[in-house]
Design a protein around this ligand. Structure first.
Ligand code: HBI
Length: 95
């Protein structure tokens, strides 16, 4: 079982990445990304996909034209884990 973040660790994660919001129902973090057009949005998704595959940790996400909505949680932990923090950090580094 993957270790779940405790409240202090989760709050530290949210403080580090202010663009993300905590979803208490899922114990997940979410963020919406807006790009100039679909091509930019999809390019971002392609970059995230490569990172996710390397990390073996995948987002729950949706795309509408230039918008990408990403939710991060760890299914194996049934909540937030260090893996989500690492993926959020890698996603932020793309911006
Ligand atoms: N991605 N978000 C998320 N949560 C997981 O638990 C997870 C994953 N990607 C791959 C993965 N687990 C595998 O390690 C397991 O399905 C074996």
């Amino acid at each position: 079982m993957v270790q779940k973040l405790d409240d202090a660790q989760r709050d530290a994660l949210l403080a580090r990445f202010p663009g993300w919001t905590h979803e208490p129902k899922r114990d997940a973090i979410t963020r919406q990304f807006k790009f100039d057009d679909f091509a930019q949005a999809f390019g971002f998704m392609a970059s995230v996909a490569i990172i996710a595959e390397k990390m073996d940790h995948h987002p729950e996400w949706s795309n509408v034209y230039n918008r990408v909505d990403i939710l991060l949680t760890t299914h194996d932990a049934d909540g937030l884990s260090e893996r989500d923090a690492k993926l959020a950090e890698a996603i932020e580094a793309l911006l």
